[in-house]
Design a protein around this ligand. Structure first.
Ligand SMILES: Cc1cc2nc3c(=O)[nH]c(=O)nc-3n(C[C@H](O)[C@H](O)[C@H](O)COP(=O)(O)O)c2cc1C
Length: 354
């Protein structure tokens, strides 16, 4: 039987108006103090036709910032900025959770003035964008066992601030090679304490963060994104099934808002996790594409997903859901304005209904 993706879906108590999710997308347009601005609020409000918006990756602490002009959620000024965003989206009838992205070893002193931190002191291959252009990545500081509690506290504090700002919840970014993924992956985690060495140990830190955040704001306000097998940001993993099974087994009793999979749906990992996890699952294609209506319909109809996340489609077409429903043509994304800049390529994509 075919499911109507345009019909409401009761995700937790959020009551989504449809099953389309705007995937998290870094846009590097935060204002002073890396606080969101009225321009950011306008951008998200334009896209409130999504059942759920997941915001761009947002640092829960100063050292968790990997790129210039990404927003934070660790100061009062940033909370005030996020309130503009939350209010504008709610006013437009949407729902919005903020993605908490601690970038870990993906970062640079030239962005934050701080040495990046990671599970282990392993420098990632490749370069990172800084205010001074592309630069080689640097050796991160390996977090001590004692320091881990501070990182958990930063996630908890940022989540409390998200609710204070009026956002509907948080998504923990445990995908795409950032800090939480660095703990899961044996290529970046060679720890010899209780947080490394086995699939259960590598999953432990992520489960601890999720447990602490759920205890602070309620499990029904917390989603999590994972990307098993992705190699983005020099991440490398073996024992993938065992590690993600350990993770999902640890998350299962929490009763989180959702599990969000960012991976090629043709791999087997996502299907196995879907079977293992009893809560709602968001599926996105993880760049394997295409993120079109037919793909979303197939994922939901086959039982592989409850909700379908689309990235670049929402970036370029603010009224994407209405256009998918009517069959209208979509706008073309402009790569040159993805990261950084102002209104151009951000809030000026044409809206048919406007
Ligand atoms: C400009 C841009 C920025 C992105 N930033 C993030 C991010 O901050 N966090 C994240 O989890 N994924 C990020 N992604 C990945 C998207 O969430 C999504 O998985 C990806 O774009 C594939 O979906 P699509 O083919 O529908 O665009 C980003 C993608 C794009 C295009």
């Amino acid at each position: 039987m075919s499911t109507d993706l345009f019909a409401p879906y009761p995700l937790g108590d959020l009551g989504l108006k449809n099953r389309f999710v705007m995937a998290p997308m870094t846009r590097n347009r935060a204002g002073a103090g890396t606080a969101p601005t009225a321009l950011n609020a306008e951008y998200y409000a334009q896209r409130a036709g999504a059942g759920l918006i997941i915001t761009e990756g947002t640092q829960p602490s100063a050292v968790g910032q990997g790129y210039p002009n990404t927003p934070g959620l660790h100061t009062d000024e940033q909370v005030a900025g996020w309130r503009l965003v939350a209010d504008a989206v709610h006013e437009a009838g949407g729902r919005i959770v903020v993605q908490l992205m601690h970038t870990g070893r993906i970062g640079h002193r030239d962005v934050t003035g701080l040495q990046p931190v990671a599970p282990s002191a392993i420098t990632p291959a490749g370069q990172v964008f800084t205010g001074e252009g592309m630069q080689d990545m640097q050796e991160p500081h390996a977090l001590t066992t004692e320091e881990l509690a501070g990182v958990v506290a930063d996630f908890v504090d940022a989540s409390r601030r998200a609710i204070e700002a009026g956002l509907d919840g948080v998504e923990l970014h445990a995908a795409n090679g950032y800090l939480l993924h660095q703990f899961l992956a044996d290529g970046s985690n060679v720890r010899t304490d209780g947080y490394g060495g086995s699939p259960e140990n590598r999953a432990r830190f992520v489960v601890e963060v999720a447990t602490a955040v759920a205890a602070e704001i309620g499990a029904g306000r917390v989603g999590i994104r994972v990307s098993p097998g992705h190699t983005f940001n020099d991440i490398s993993e073996t024992e993938i099934e065992a590690t993600y099974e350990a993770l999902v087994t640890g998350l299962e009793p929490l009763g989180l808002l959702y599990l969000h999979l960012a991976e090629d749906p043709s791999t087997s990992y996502g299907d196995a996790l879907r079977k293992l996890y009893s809560g709602p699952v968001i599926r996105s294609t993880g760049f394997a594409g295409p993120s079109d209506l037919a793909t979303g319909q197939e994922l939901v109809d086959s039982g592989a997903a409850d909700l379908f996340a689309i990235g670049r489609g929402f970036l370029a077409t603010p009224d994407l859901v209405a256009r998918l429903q009517s069959g209208a043509a979509l706008n073309e994304p402009d790569l040159a304005t993805f990261y950084g800049g102002g209104a151009e390529g951000y809030t000026d994509y044409p809206i048919l209904s406007a």
